[in-house]
Design a protein around this ligand. Structure first.
Ligand SMILES: Nc1ncnc2c1ncn2[C@@H]1O[C@H](COP(=O)(O)OP(=O)(O)OP(=O)(O)O)[C@@H](O)[C@H]1O
Length: 340
């Protein structure tokens, strides 16, 4: 452990392990505040193309600044063996363990809350030009207030004005087809991955469940999105509609993070939050009148959404909606050699 890190923080128990290192609890010796420290083992960083720690810290800072649903980075240290990033502490569990403990399917109101938080965090990254590129349940962790926070910017990429990326990064189950195909891609790869997370929450298995990475890539490339009736018969058509717009191979038709946030199924979480807060009881609004007000608000939102959808289909039909990808002529050979 870095001497300076040990001077500033009391490093404690292991929280979790990833490909390049481990995350521990730590307490500031000055303020007594609890943090998490991610220690990245330099010996595992054999290929600089695989992982660049200074880029992780830079993009993490950029993505997290003013983004309350991203874990903040407070300090970084480096010694001969490791790089250490001091982060906000999240009480956990991560979403992977949460789904495993609860047992999928997760109820739709809960899934809408979790997906809403995840998409808010992703949309904020995209507004700052950062693409996470490894959205998966393990990288969504509950904070002390029970909100989902996005962690691990080790695979993140920067997308400037109208630029694109080409590296093969991410986790096969959650990887968008354009990444695997070696095309220039943009921020919507995160929407695909988040869609796979949602599918997993509602269905219990990722949409292309296979044993090996090669099989997963094949299934994603050639398969079409299907909702096995055994698990999806009880799932609302609004949830399936959103999944089709997220796990959509045609990038120009795939929703952006902002569009996902405007979808009525995601919006329904606002009503759920109001109901959970016992809104009618607390503010003394007459129950029926309050219900009618909420239903009217939802209907209004659904109508607005439908209008927007029609407009965007028209724009796509006229060629206006085509993504601004394909402008960055990245090093294809580099990506191909990575792809092996
Ligand atoms: N700030 C945090 N607070 C609490 N737990 C965290 C925090 N950051 C990460 N974790 C936990 O540690 C695990 C590993 O962290 P992280 O994904 O950042 O490591 P990694 O080595 O980059 O992983 P990967 O193999 O996905 O690249 C996460 O799945 C999560 O459960």
């Amino acid at each position: 452990m870095s001497d300076q890190l040990n001077k500033d923080y009391d490093v404690g128990a292991l929280i979790g392990r990833g490909r390049f290192g481990a995350v521990f609890r730590c307490v500031s010796r000055i303020s007594g505040e609890l943090f998490a420290v991610k220690s990245i083992d330099k010996a595992l960083l054999t290929d600089p193309l695989d992982y660049d720690p200074s880029r992780e810290a830079k993009l993490h800072r950029l993505a997290a600044a003013g983004n309350p649903l991203a874990v903040q980075i407070h300090a970084d240290y480096e010694d001969d063996e490791s790089i250490h990033l001091v982060l906000d502490f999240c009480h956990g569990p991560n979403l992977f363990h949460h789904i495993a403990d609860k047992g999928a399917p997760i109820s739709e109101p809960e899934a809408a809350m979790l997906m809403g938080d995840l998409m808010e965090a992703i949309a904020a990254c995209h507004r700052r030009g950062v693409v996470h590129r490894d959205v998966k349940p393990e990288n969504a962790v509950f904070d002390g207030a029970g909100r989902i926070r996005i962690v691990d910017f080790g695979s993140a990429g920067w997308i400037g004005e109208g630029g694109g990326m080409r590296e093969l990064v991410g986790t096969p189950f959650y990887m968008a087809p354009e990444v695997e195909r070696g095309e220039v891609y943009g921020e919507k790869v995160d929407v695909w991955s988040a869609g796979v997370v949602l599918f997993t929450m509602l269905g219990g298995l990722p949409p292309s469940y296979c044993e090996t990475s090669a099989e997963i890539f094949e299934a994603v490339r050639w398969g079409s999105l299907r909702f096995p009736s055994r698990v999806f018969s009880g799932v609302s058509s609004a949830a399936k509609d959103l999944l089709e717009r997220m796990i959509c191979k045609e990038v120009s038709r795939r929703f952006s993070a902002e569009q996902v946030l405007r979808h009525p199924w995601i919006k329904s979480r606002e009503v759920e939050a109001v109901l959970n807060a016992d809104f009618f009881g607390v503010v003394g609004v007459d129950g029926d009148a309050g219900q009618r007000g909420l239903i009217a608000k939802l209907a209004e939102q659904a109508e607005r959404y439908e209008e927007e959808r029609k407009e965007s289909s028209k724009a796509v039909a006229k060629g206006k909606g085509v993504e601004k990808i394909g402008q960055n002529k990245g090093d294809v050979k580099e990506a191909q050699s990575l792809r092996g």
